[in-house]
Design a binder for this molecule. Structure first.
Ligand code: PAF
Length: 282
C-alpha cells in the first residue's frame, strides 16, 4: 500500500506508472471513511487501472472553526479500511502546507449562483473552499474519472461547473447515497453521534422519503409546512433548511413543472452535529 504525504513524491511516482492509455480514478475525501466512501473506491477500482484516494480535512471549506476542530481525523483506521478492499489503492494524505504552500486562502469562484443557495447560504464561503481544494487536487492527481457521492448533490453540481469553467479534462462520476440500516445517510459526521442520536437522526430520511410520496399530490408549501412540524416535536433535532428545488439550477420549486426534475434537500442539526440529505422526487 503506497501512502504519500507530499505531492512531489506522489507526482514523481504517478509519472512512472501512468501511461497515455491508463485511466486514473480519483476519490477525494476528508477521511473518516465509511461504506459510502468505500463504494466510491470500489467503483474506481472496477473502472480504472490506477486509483488514488486523497484524505485531507480541508480547512478552507469550514466556516465554523468548531466544526473544523471537531471533524473526525482517523487516518490509521482509514488506511486499514482501504487495505481491506485493495492494497492497490494509492493514498495521498497531505498536510495543509503541502496543499496550500503557506497561504491557506481560498480562490473566489462564480458558480452561477449555485454557491449562494442552501449549503452556500448557511455555510458562507464553503464552496469557495471546496472549489479551491478540488481544483488543486485535480491539478495534482490529473484523474481521468473522479468519484463523488450523491448525498452532496449541490457540491456535485458545483464541481461539474468548476470542471467546465476551467476546462479540466476529468469525468465526474456520481455514486448513490449509502445508508445505515435505519436509513440515516452515511457521513463522516455520524462518528460524532451517540447511538440514541443516530436513532433520532433516522427521522431525516424517514421525512424525505415521505416527501417523495407527498410530492405526487401535494403543494410544495403544504409539504414544507409538514416537514417543519416533524422536526418541532423532537427536542434534539433542529431543522436548518428544507428545500424542493430543480436538479439543474437548484432554484426553489414554486409551481411543479412536468418537464423538470426535482429533488428535496434538507439540513438538520442533531444537537451540535450538522447533517444533510437529499432525495430525487421524480
Ligand atoms: O465531500 C467531501 O468530502 C469534500 O468536500 C471534498 C470533495 C473531499 C473536498 O474537500
Amino acid at each position: 500500500m503506497l501512502i504519500f504525504d507530499k505531492k512531489l513524491h506522489l507526482l514523481t511516482y504517478l509519472s512512472t506508472i501512468v501511461s497515455d492509455k491508463a485511466s486514473l480514478g480519483f476519490v477525494p475525501t476528508m477521511g473518516a471513511l465509511h461504506l459510502g466512501h468505500l463504494s466510491l473506491i470500489k467503483e474506481s477500482l472496477l473502472n480504472n487501472e490506477i486509483t488514488v484516494v486523497s484524505v485531507f480535512v480541508n480547512p478552507t471549506q469550514f466556516n465554523n472553526p468548531n466544526d473544523l476542530s471537531n471533524y473526525p481525523r482517523t487516518l490509521e483506521k482509514d488506511i486499514d479500511k482501504i487495505k481491506s478492499i485493495s492494497c492497490k489503492v494509492i493514498i495521498y494524505a497531505p498536510t495543509v502546507d503541502d496543499i496550500y504552500e503557506g497561504k491557506t486562502i481560498t480562490e473566489h469562484f462564480n458558480f452561477d449562483g449555485l454557491e449562494k443557495l442552501m449549503e452556500g447560504q448557511f455555510r458562507p464561503g464553503h464552496f469557495d473552499g471546496v472549489g479551491t481544494v478540488v481544483k488543486r487536487l485535480f491539478e495534482i492527481v490529473k484523474p481521468t474519472n473522479a468519484y463523488f457521492g450523491e448525498k452532496d448533490f449541490q457540491q456535485l453540481l458545483i464541481i461539474k461547473k468548476l470542471v467546465k469553467t476551467f476546462r479540466i479534462p476529468v469525468n465526474i462520476i456520481i455514486c448513490p447515497v449509502f445508508r445505515e440500516p435505519n436509513g440515516l445517510a452515511m457521513s463522516s459526521r455520524n462518528e460524532r453521534l451517540s447511538s440514541d442520536e443516530k436513532n433520532e437522526a433516522a427521522l431525516i430520511y424517514k421525512t424525505i422519503k415521505e416527501v417523495k410520496i407527498k410530492f405526487k399530490t401535494e403543494s410544495v408549501l403544504s409539504i414544507s409546512n409538514w416537514v417543519e412540524k416533524q422536526f418541532k416535536t423532537v427536542p434534539n433535532l433542529k431543522l436548518e433548511y428544507f428545500e424542493i428545488a430543480d436538479e439543474t439550477f437548484l432554484l426553489p420549486c414554486k409551481r411543479k413543472n412536468k418537464n423538470t426534475n426535482y429533488r428535496a434537500f434538507i439540513a438538520v442539526y442533531v444537537n451540535n452535529v450538522r447533517l444533510i440529505d437529499t432525495i430525487s422526487l421524480n
